[in-house]
Design a binder for this molecule. Structure first.
Ligand code: SF4
Length: 371
């Protein structure tokens, strides 16, 4: 153990030698050996680890952004069954792809994936590029995803830094500054590269991600079960709870949306969100955002006068957008949910179409789905 044991090191001391991380060749060999042995025994058998197909690997890594392994698994299986190859995906309609992605959130990932598939078919004859620098030019593929595809599929010696390894490296190094800052990123990527072996770098990257995801967890790292505990600066200094520095939470935006639930001959009217709208391309009840605020939380129950004004605005919207003259009553339902950086309060009004038949416009359709 080091001299730091008797007291916490100063910030400048802790951050002094990250580029070489203070490990000699023997320590580096020991780290690699212990991690690899641990992964061989404890690595989870995940579907995307059973393949070298860059399409399947890329798909899994994109799905795993901001989403847990448990949540991704059924989506990955369904998506693969529906679009087994990059060519199948490239030929798909955007609506089909969004439908298969429904519930995973962050829908720009699905749109970018489709654009990437089409680009690969059009410009690379359906073959994923091997070079991570080229992969990074594709829509939605950043440095991590490009390197993950290149190393997992082709055993390219390409380092990885994502949420799990960011935490793991920060703790191993005892890095107390913000690991998401430009300096922090430089330190971590350099560290990731320095520890990567020449042999089986893909497997080694998987092991690092697995250790970060299952042992070196955010709140209660299982240091007693950690194969590299003796080389961990955060453990040595008792700083696991402080490292990594917490990310600044994005400011939340409160939305109040009103929607019209219009039933006609057993069908419900749905509208497709326009390209310029939030959640573009998805289908929902015709709706309108009547309040949007950041920093100040909207009151829990809007006053009755506001509801009257909003239902009038919604009726005007239905007339202007869909040519529908609708009598609205209610509200019949109120829902609250949070999605990405939005806290949404959705207020539903029931609608009766006064004209004969529903005029379904360019951007709308009817659905017989019972709600
Ligand atoms: S010893 Fe603890 S804090 Fe350090 S890498 Fe292992 S699990 Fe993480």
């Amino acid at each position: 153990m080091s001299a730091h044991r008797s007291g916490r090191p100063s910030r400048s001391t802790v951050n002094a030698d990250h580029s070489s991380h203070g490990w000699d060749a023997a320590a580096l060999r020991r780290f690699r050996r212990q991690l690899s042995a641990w992964y061989a025994r404890h690595g989870r058998d995940l579907p995307w680890r059973r393949t070298r197909d860059p399409y399947a690997i890329g798909l899994s890594q994109i799905m795993l952004q901001q989403t847990t392994v448990v949540a991704v698994q059924p989506y990955f299986a369904r998506f693969q069954a529906q679009f087994p190859t990059v060519a199948d995906l490239a030929a798909a309609d955007e609506q089909e792809v969004l439908r298969a992605w429904e519930g995973l959130g962050y829908y720009s990932r699905a749109r970018n994936l489709l654009r990437t598939a089409r680009q690969i078919v059009d410009e690379y004859a359906g073959e994923f590029p091997v070079d991570p620098a080229v992969l990074q030019t594709l829509p939605g593929i950043g440095r991590y995803t490009a390197n993950a595809i290149a190393s997992f599929a082709h055993d390219r010696r390409a380092p990885v830094v994502e949420a799990n390894t960011l935490r793991l490296y920060s703790r191993l190094l005892g890095y107390r500054d913000d690991p998401r800052s430009r300096d922090g990123q430089e330190v971590l990527w350099q560290f990731a590269e320095s520890i990567l072996p020449r042999k089986n770098p893909g497997l080694f990257n998987q092991a690092l991600i697995e250790l970060g995801g299952t042992v070196c967890t955010p709140r209660t790292p299982a240091c007693d079960d950690c194969p590299v505990v003796m080389q961990c600066a955060a453990f040595r200094d008792g700083l696991q709870a402080e490292i990594p520095q917490a990310a600044r939470r994005p400011e939340l935006t409160d939305l109040i949306d009103v929607c019209a639930v219009i039933q006609h001959k057993g069908n419900y009217l749905l509208a497709k969100r326009r390209p310029e709208e939030r959640w573009a391309g998805l289908w929902d009840f015709p709706s309108l955002t009547v309040s949007e605020s950041t920093g100040t939380r909207t009151s829990k129950t809007p006053p009755a006068e506001s509801l009257t004004v909003w239902s009038g605005e919604l009726a005007d919207h239905l007339r202007a957008e869909f040519g529908l003259v609708v009598e609205l009553s209610g509200p019949v339902t109120r829902l609250r949910h949070s999605i990405t950086r939005y806290r949404v309060q959705l207020i539903g009004f029931a609608g009766d179409v006064s004209a004969d038949g529903v005029a379904v416009g360019r951007n709308s359709k009817t659905s017989s789905a019972k709600r």
